[in-house]
Structure formats: C-alpha cells, structure tokens
Design a protein around this ligand. Sequence first.
Ligand code: PFF
Length: 457
Amino acid sequence: MGGHRGTWGSQAGFILAAAGSAVGLGNLWKFPYLCWENGGGAFVATYLGAVVVLGLPLMMAEILVGRRAQASAVPAFAALGGPAWSWLGVLGVLAGVVILAYYTVIAGWSIRSFVLCLEWSFGGYPPDAGARFPAFLADGPQQVLLTTVFSFLTAFVVYRGVGAGIERASKVMMPVLFAILLYLLVTALRLPGAGEGLRHLLEPRFQDLPPQGVLLGVGQAFFSLSLGLGAMVAYGSYLSPQERIGRTAAWVVGLDTAVALIAAMVMFSLLHSIPGLPDRVSGSTVAMLFVTLPELFYTQMPGGTILAPLFYVLVAFAALTSTISLGEVATSYLVDRRNLPRGRATILSASVIWVGSVACALSLGAVPALSSLRVFAGKEGLLATLDHLAANWMLPLGGLGTALFVGWHLPAAAVASELGIREGSPAFVLFRWALRVVAPLAILGLLILVLTGRDLS
Ligand code: PFF
C-alpha cells in the first residue's frame, strides 16, 4: 500500500518535514512571550515537563496511527477503530482548516517585514517605523495581498506532493533556519544583559509561576508540536515501516524544543539588555516579533542591517513549513476520503481556506463587521476568535481523543509491534500509561480551565 500515496525519501526527510511542521510561529513568537509573561524559568520547566510527559507520547501515537493505517487521520481512525472514530479525524481536518486560515495571515506579515527590512538596510531605519504598524493592520488590500501570496506558496508546495514538494522544501529550509537562528543566538549572547536574561529564563523559580501557567504550558506544547489535529497522522502515513517511531518522534520533539528555547534565549537577552523595553512589549505578542525586533536590529544590534532581513526569511521559512503541513491535512483528506487526485484536492482545499484567510485578513480593522465579531469574551475579531477556538478547544479535544484511542482502544500487541518494542518492556508500559491516564487527566484539566474562562490562545 502507500506507494501511490507517496513516501518520504529518507528518515531524515521525515524528521525535517515533521520538525518543519512543529517549528513555526508558535516557537518564535508565542513561546518566548509565554515564558516572559509566566515567570521565565518556572514556565520553561513546566513546558519541558509537558513536552516529555504528553508531547512525546502523543507524537508517537499520531505517527503510529498514520503509519499503521497507511492513511491520513479520517480514514486512519476509521480503519483502525471503526467508523465511529472517524469523527476524531474530521475534528482534526476542521482544526487544520481553522488554524491555516488565520496562521496564513500572520505568516504573510513576515514577507512584508522582509521587504521593509531590505528597504531599511539600504535606506536607513525611519524613526516612525513602529508607529506605522496599526495602520498596516487595518490596510485591507495589503493584508489580502500578503495572505494571498502566502496561501499560494503553501498550495504550491503541497501541490507538488510529499517527496518533491514537502520533503525537498523542508530539506532546504530547515537547515537554513537552524543556521540563522544559531547566528542570532551567538549575537544575542554578546549583549550586556544576556547573563541576566539567561538566568531569568533558565532558573526555575516556581513562586513566579502563575496558577494557570501549568496548563498554558500544556496548551503550548500541543500547538508547538502540531499535535491534536492529525498533521502527524498524515505525515506518519508516509513513513517507511523500517523506521523506529520512538526515535523519530524524539528527534522531532527535540528539534522543536531546541528552537523554542533558542528563540526564547535570544528574546530574553534582548529584553534584559535594553532599558525600558519590557514595558513596551508586554501585553502584545505580535508587536514583539514584528515591531520591537526590527527596531532592535536597526538601533541596538551589531550587524543588525544584515541580521534583520535574514531573520524574517527565517520567520517565513518556519511559518511555511508549518502551513504546508496544515495544508496537507486538508489535502490528504480529500485524496484519501474523496478520491480526488492530489492536484485537484490541493486546489480545492487551498481555495476554500483562502476565503477564510481573506476574511481573517480583513478582521484586523479593515472590515468593521469582521473586526468587531465577538464570540468569546476578550477576543475581538475573526482572527482572534478562530485562534481561541482552535487552541482552547479543538487541539486539546483532538489530543484527548487520540490518547484514548491509542491508549485504550487499539490492542496492545498492535501498538507494540508498530513501535517495534516488546509489550512487557518498561518503555512500552510507560508509553501506554502516559496515554491511558496521564495525558487524558492533564487535558481534561485544561478543558475544565477553559470552561471556567481561562484563555490559552
Ligand atoms: N506547530 C506550529 C507552530 O508552532 O507554529 C503550528 C502548527 C502547525 C499547529 C501545524 C498545528 C499544525 F498542524
């Protein structure tokens, strides 16, 4: 089976593509911000705990389901568990569509920042650059244009398929991303506040962790590792039967975590080096990535004129390898379930999602009806509403379903054989109990928190 569906050319190809999915705006923008707002080292420790206890087993579980069924999430859950379980896949496809619709908008900003930085690197950084951002948000035509460009890039890669598209793109982009990030880290660590920044980030002072910090860490682990919507089920379905799932998943989780930590080290070094900066960034995650950073590059950082455009190439690459995995969720659904050829499936899903993206792009001030839409308290506008819906509801529910499915529903012998380990081995027992008890309890805790009105997006 599987031959006509495409396979990864190598284990490294899978790891880079899956790590590409995981590493994205979540690492570069959400993670440093969450660390900053939630007590630094204590949040990092919590996040690392969530990654090891929940993230790794769920990553393995999703890959396992995809590879065993040789299908993306909807047919995979149906094939292994019966038709009733296909709802879990459908929820994932919906979550993928929702996330891709708004994620593309923010991803598109990286193109604008790149172009602006080129301009500034040659022509000088204008003093009012930061003040132009609100007008940019409300500029409908520009927002739609950027979103359309990014949607097109995503669809182009997905259209080309698994080996020639996703794998090849990831193999080029991921190493470049790591290289740029390391260069940034070396530069940031030379700043005067780097030592203090690292201490703040790495020293766990649990008295600084707000009560919801634990559950915020869990939510961030889901989003950052692309779990809970079947993206890793789809990628796993193209994985060769020879590869060890545990080791492969550990690589993906490790790379994602490393990128998040490095991004946070860079941000914390900057934040501790520039007096007055923390007050300006707190409260706005987006501003940190798209307004404050360019200012820092051009006014404070040695080599900033070269680093700034490079940095937004990095953001664009990271976002693109994530959007293609989201696009793959919807496309593989149409291929596997509706029997569409890959090309038509890509065009159809990309067009539908593009309509959603345009609506999100116009919900930042351009169209009042979309911008003032209010479903959840404190979430104004379509983009914020969809982010809230996906991060708070859809991903945790999908993760809960997957944990229960693999932990309780799949026969232990099948799970052990797919993982290539013995049923009685300590690793297997640990894996199974993580899925049976630990993950469901943690996720239920998260959902209860959301029900009582906490925001995790
Ligand atoms: N993991 C991505 C990030 O951290 O930015 C976001 C994401 C991509 C979530 C793909 C879900 C997904 F399927």
